[in-house]
Each structure stands twice: as C-alpha cells, then as structure tokens.
Design a protein. Structure first.
Length: 67
C-alpha cells in the first residue's frame, strides 16, 4: 500500500497564509474568536463521547425469521 504524500513546506505556508487572511477578514467584520475550554464539546452530560454520523446508507428493514 503506497504512503500518503506528506505536505510540502510550500503547501503548508500557503495554508497558513490562507488561514491568516480568513481570520483577518473574520475579525474585521467585527466577529469574535471564543476560546472553548477542553471537554466543553463532544461530550454528553455523563462525560461520554458523542459519535456524530454524517451519512448512513439506507438499509431496508430486516425481516423477522419465521417461528
């Protein structure tokens, strides 16, 4: 199995520049960046991880076996 290509310094620099530009535009519009404390997201009230499902293939209902 071939390895995934790693990011080059140029692609990482481009990504960093895009992020900085996007943040600048965001802040200039008057928006605020809010720091979220660790554990504040992705957990339910009993501190269990929430698994988010983006998409599931529709499956027909299962037939009950004859008794």
């Amino acid at each position: 199995m071939p390895r995934k290509p790693t990011a080059t310094a140029a692609s990482m620099r481009k990504t960093r520049e895009e992020l900085e530009r996007d943040m600048k535009v965001f802040l200039e519009k008057g928006e605020k960046i809010v720091k979220v404390p660790p554990g504040a997201t992705g957990q339910d009230e009993k501190n269990r991880s929430k698994h988010i499902v983006i998409s599931r293939k529709h499956q027909p209902p299962r037939k009950k076996p004859d008794q």
